[in-house]
Design a binder for this molecule. Structure first.
Ligand code: ZN
Ligand code: ZN
Length: 266
């Protein structure tokens, strides 16, 4: 058993994890914001999903909630490290510990379980008694931005933060696979809250694209509330008939003038 961090460096471990978790949020949110609102502003202005201006001070409120979310994620990470160092959990560091095919499969499996957990948690958080206490903070952002990606009430952050640490006790996961999953989670959340549709024309009907959530899909959740509950993928919304009836029309509208077509119909 390799000790990931020594027992005497708990505060240092926490500080490193907080820097990595909050830094990852800042890096991807800032990166996506800069790319589509500054660097390629001209090409993407017409792809803004919501044109309603954001509330004054919204960016800083979202960043403030994201600091608390990052602290909660850090506590979970430290708990997992402590458990690992005490010999609990199924995290592994040797690539040869399991057949190589397990590595990509374990990532897909965790994403599927995370999606399923979040979809049903999210539907529960929209129940009238729960919504105000737990989920309203995230919905304060009617017009989203990449900063909305981690903007949650601490109760919601905790509910979101427990699932992947729990999975490390039942599913063998390589340390780098966990890193990949966390990066996918951040990229997906930044894209979904970007408020600029970056996917190509017809991606909503593409064999792969139809299963991926993007800015238009998730923006409709923030404006309509009762549709599009998914996290990374659309399958639960499709299976449970909770995909917004406006999604395909709006996606087509937002990508109509795009030169990035999957099939060149225009
Ligand atoms: Zn919601
Ligand atoms: Zn959201």
């Amino acid at each position: 058993m390799i000790q990931i961090f020594g027992p005497g460096s708990l505060w240092l471990t926490g500080l490193l994890f907080f820097t990595a978790i909050f830094g990852r949020y800042v890096l991807f949110s800032l990166g996506f914001w800069w790319l589509f609102n500054v660097s390629m502003k001209q090409q993407f202005t017409h792809r803004a999903v919501q044109n309603r201006p954001r509330k004054p001070g919204q960016d800083w409120r979202e960043i403030g909630w994201s600091v608390i979310t990052s602290l909660i994620f850090t506590l979970m990470a430290v708990a997992v490290i402590l458990a690992y160092n005490s010999g609990y959990g199924l995290i592994y560091t040797d690539f040869n510990a399991y057949p190589l095919v397990w590595y990509p499969f374990s990532i897909l499996l965790v994403l599927f379980i995370h999606e399923t957990y979040y979809y049903w948690l999210h539907r529960w958080m929209h129940r009238p008694g729960v919504y105000k206490l737990v989920h309203k903070t995230h919905h304060d952002s009617l017009t989203t931005s990449p900063w909305t990606a981690f903007s949650f009430h601490p109760t919601e952050s905790t509910l979101q933060a427990i699932i992947i640490p729990l999975l490390t006790f039942v599913i063998p996961l390589h340390t780098s696979a966990i890193g990949i999953i966390l990066v996918i989670m951040t990229i997906s959340s930044a894209i979904n809250h970007l408020n600029t549709e970056i996917y190509p024309h017809n991606f909503n009907t593409h064999w792969l694209g139809r299963w991926l959530i993007g800015a238009t899909h998730h923006s409709l959740h923030h404006t309509q509330f009762r549709f599009n509950y998914g996290l990374y993928f659309t399958f639960w919304d499709k299976w449970m008939n909770t995909e917004s009836p406006d999604f395909h029309r709006l996606f087509k509208e937002k990508t109509a003038k795009s030169g990035l077509g999957v099939r060149s119909e225009e």
